[in-house]
Unconditional design. Structure first.
Length: 135
């Protein structure tokens, strides 16, 4: 679990053959308090989606085609920018100006922590440059 400030930039590297998730949590002490879930490489590594917790169900709010976004053999760089006003951006690489998926939630849920999950053979690395951003 990673605690997060109000405006967030979260960078990570991922080496994975299967779908991996970034879950946004209301409460850092409760990994079941998911507010949003970013699913990277779903549908046989061809799509990425952002889901929102609505009435105890995760409902897909945004989905984009992202063919071959994951790699079994190499780490790939990813980033997420979001804030408690409900704005989410997700991208690959180091360029924050070219997101693969964007979502603006008119009724945002509070988010105070992040968890990462994938299969047993998948690996995440966190970037030390993650943190608060301005603007």
């Amino acid at each position: 679990v990673v605690h997060i400030p109000r405006k967030k930039l979260f960078k990570f590297k991922l080496k994975s053959c299967k779908e991996s998730r970034v879950d946004f949590l209301r409460n850092a002490a409760d990994e079941t308090s998911i507010t949003y879930s970013l699913n990277i490489g779903q549908e046989s590594n061809s799509a990425t989606s952002l889901s929102k917790q609505i009435d105890d169900m995760l409902v897909v709010m945004a989905k984009e085609k992202t063919p071959s976004i994951l790699s079994c053999s190499d780490y790939k760089n990813f980033w997420v920018v979001f804030n408690n006003n409900g704005t989410f951006s997700f991208g690959e690489g180091m360029d924050l100006s070219n997101p693969l998926l964007v979502f603006d939630d008119a009724n945002p849920l509070p988010t105070n922590a992040i968890t990462l999950s994938s299969g047993k053979t998948n690996e995440f690395e966190f970037s030390k440059s993650s943190g608060t951003i301005t603007g």
